[in-house]
Design a protein around this ligand. Structure first.
Ligand code: ZN
Length: 310
């Protein structure tokens, strides 16, 4: 079975303006890296637009309407000091969530084994009723709720190796023991959440790292805390918030990883998915702001997913 790669040109039309790090060139860099012969066997499809009902399993309809109403005719509107919308943002956001939901459909129905969604805006900071941190809708949390509602998945896990804590996903999953959230992230750093004592109903596993921590501490955090908890949770489906901003060349943080670390964690997550979830993985892009580092890291991540599929 192939690995599915989803993206859409609409995701290039979300523009945060000026010199914002979350820019369309990020997707172009990934697209270029995945254009090489190594990735020829990827099954490539355009991300569909998500149904509003799928978004509204997570986000209240008044929030979804407020985001739609905020859409500018030209220029930018700012939802918070980090998070902007441009005329193309609504369609980009519907494609980004749509990719994750469609990937769940494909993986759960057995059409593909795993999938990577190269989309923007990212999602893991979006709380049910609050846009923040470059995120409008929480793509991965929407996908998790869709897997339960439409495919009967009983336990869905999100593992988030973006260098920032996914406060939105944690908030969405906080009181639901059948949803798992595990995250490594730099602390202190935006958004400020993600302490080890934030545990939800025993379903949230945060492993904060410090600036300067490198590969070994990153891998130890997974080995000691997140992977054993994931194993005990036994997910039917594993979702990955795949942010690559813990790379040493990334301008937004200082965890000092390189692409081999992203390959390593992807291999461990493939093993967990093989053991419990029939190998079913949907990964969706979150951060990663140095274009070179982002493209190499995403390529390493997708390469591991492809080897798991072949
Ligand atoms: Zn990030």
């Amino acid at each position: 079975m192939p690995t599915l790669l989803l993206t859409h040109p609409d995701c290039l039309k979300h523009d945060n303006g000026g010199y914002h790090p979350e820019r369309p060139e990020r997707l172009r860099a990934i697209e270029e890296a995945l254009a090489s012969e190594t990735f020829a066997s990827l099954k490539r499809e355009e991300a569909p637009v998500v149904e509003i009902a799928a978004i509204e399993r997570l986000h209240p309809s008044r929030y979804v309407e407020a985001i739609h109403r905020a859409l500018p005719v030209k220029g930018n509107v700012w939802l918070d000091p980090d998070t902007a919308m441009s005329p193309g943002s609504w369609n980009a956001a519907l494609r980004a969530a749509g990719a994750a939901v469609y990937a769940v459909d494909q993986v759960m129905s057995g059409g593909v084994k795993n999938a990577f969604c190269a989309v923007r805006p990212p999602g893991h900071h979006a709380e049910p009723a609050r846009a923040m941190g470059f995120c409008l809708f929480n793509n991965v949390a929407i996908a998790a709720l869709h897997a339960r509602q439409k495919h009967g998945a009983e336990r869905v896990a999100v593992v988030d190796f973006d260098v920032h804590h996914g406060n939105g996903t944690q908030s969405a999953f906080w009181s639901d023991k059948d949803l798992f959230y595990g995250s490594t992230h730099q602390m202190p750093l935006f958004p400020g959440t993600g302490a080890a004592y934030e545990t939800g109903v025993g379903n949230v596993f945060n492993a904060p790292l410090h600036a300067g921590d490198g590969s070994k501490r990153f891998r130890d955090a997974y080995g000691a805390r997140i992977l054993p908890a994931l194993d005990a949770f036994r997910p039917d489906l594993l979702l990955i918030s795949a942010g690559f901003d813990a790379h040493r060349d990334d301008p937004l943080a200082h965890i000092e990883l390189d692409e081999t670390d992203f390959a390593w964690i992807t291999e461990r997550l493939v093993e967990a998915a093989e053991k419990h979830a029939g190998g079913r993985i949907v990964a969706t892009l979150e951060g990663g702001y140095n274009l070179e580092a982002l493209s190499r890291s995403a390529a390493a991540h997708v390469g591991v997913l492809m080897r798991a599929s072949s």
